[in-house]
Design a protein around this ligand. Structure first.
Ligand code: ZN
Length: 362
């Protein structure tokens, strides 16, 4: 096997005339195999998929503004066809960039709410976004109904008070039904926040949130469609798209990342993998049927779990599994139905955390 004229794997028959080839290799214990990156051959296409389909220009800047970006990758100027981008991205920008920006963290917050035609895996129908104008950092909360927006707002305000000791000066949203709820606006005004709402049918007045919504939906759709995952799994794609977005450099931030501007720390992206790819996930001994059971199981990678340092995986039968111990096969994608075909032989862990109550850490 060759790559760039360099030999990667070479096999020779043991004896002349044999058609069976011997591969001299060693096996790896999943638990002891910490440097999972060592076996991955990185290129621009793989990093494009890790970061949720950014442009080549963004990818070029990601080298200098993130930790864990593999060294020595040449980012070409021409763009090959990415099936996810082709299917998931909308063709034209409808909201021109605004040249006014906040001058401090949490000075202006934009908010928007998105509905979906298909209920998600956990039966969510909406998500609400809280978008920090100065840093471009975005928090996403999944909602079952519009009335839950007020609970999401209260939890988010408590989060930024606790984590960043911050208060909000101005709140900008469109004039959608959820924001007309007296309790929602009253809560903002009681907290001393100035509420600005865009005029009906003129979403460009809430341009920053509108552009974020478009970007996040493009990313989520590209990632989900690239790996042929069901529509109802949009909640995982949206959460992971926001996780990638917050760690992606942007020209409007002088190629810094939202994560850096919020936390004053360069984000590490070495944990990112191709959304929807296959992974051999370690099954804890207590959950193996017996000592002859496999120590790992092939599952579908669904991104980072909200608020935790573990990944989400889907295994049979349509059950979530949370783990930080997995070997990824990023060539296994567009095949989730094949991954889920084998009968489940391992009892499933009870869900260790509740995605339904996710005020996502994004
Ligand atoms: Zn793409």
């Amino acid at each position: 096997m060759l790559e760039n004229k360099n030999t990667i794997v070479q096999c020779k028959p043991l004896l002349p005339g044999q058609s069976l080839y011997w591969l001299d290799a060693s096996t790896v214990d999943l638990l002891e195999y910490n440097d999972a990156n060592a076996s991955i051959i990185y290129n621009d296409d793989l990093m494009h998929r890790h970061l949720g389909c950014p442009s080549k220009e963004v990818l070029r800047c990601a080298k200098d503004h993130t930790k864990g970006f593999p060294k020595g990758i040449n980012i070409p100027t021409t763009t090959g066809l990415c099936p996810g981008c082709a299917q998931g991205k909308m063709p034209a920008a409808s909201h021109p960039p605004s040249d006014t920006r906040a001058k401090a963290r949490f000075e202006w917050i934009h908010s928007n709410l998105k509905s979906f035609p298909v209920p998600s895996y956990h039966k969510y129908k909406y998500f609400i976004v809280f978008f920090n104008d100065y840093t471009s950092f975005a928090w996403i909360t999944l909602l079952w109904d519009k009335a839950s927006a007020i609970t999401a707002l209260k939890q988010w305000l408590a989060l930024i008070k606790n984590q960043f000791n911050a208060t909000i000066k101005e709140w900008m949203s469109d004039a959608g039904g959820e924001y007309k709820l007296g309790a929602f606006i009253k809560h903002l005004k009681d907290a001393g926040i100035t509420v600005l709402q865009s005029a009906p049918y003129t979403p460009q007045q809430n341009g920053h949130a509108e552009r974020f919504m478009r970007t996040i939906m493009d990313k989520a759709q590209a990632m989900r469609l690239d790996t042929c995952l069901p529509q109802s799994w949009w909640e995982f794609a949206v959460n992971h798209a926001a996780h990638c977005y917050n760690r992606t450099p942007m020209s409007c931030l002088k190629w810094q990342t939202p994560y850096y501007l919020l936390n004053n720390e360069i984000p590490d992206i070495s944990h990112l993998r191709v959304f929807g790819c296959g992974a051999y996930v370690h099954i804890p001994e207590a959950h193996q049927v017996n000592k002859l059971s496999p120590k790992s199981e092939l599952m579908v990678y669904l991104g980072r779990g909200p608020g935790m340092k573990a990944n989400i995986f889907m295994c049979t039968p349509n059950t979530l599994f949370y783990s930080d111990k997995a070997l990824f096969d990023e060539t296994l994608h567009q095949c989730f139905d094949r991954l889920l075909d084998p009968p489940c032989v391992t009892p499933r862990l009870a869900l260790s955390c509740d995605v339904r109550s996710s005020l996502s850490s994004s």
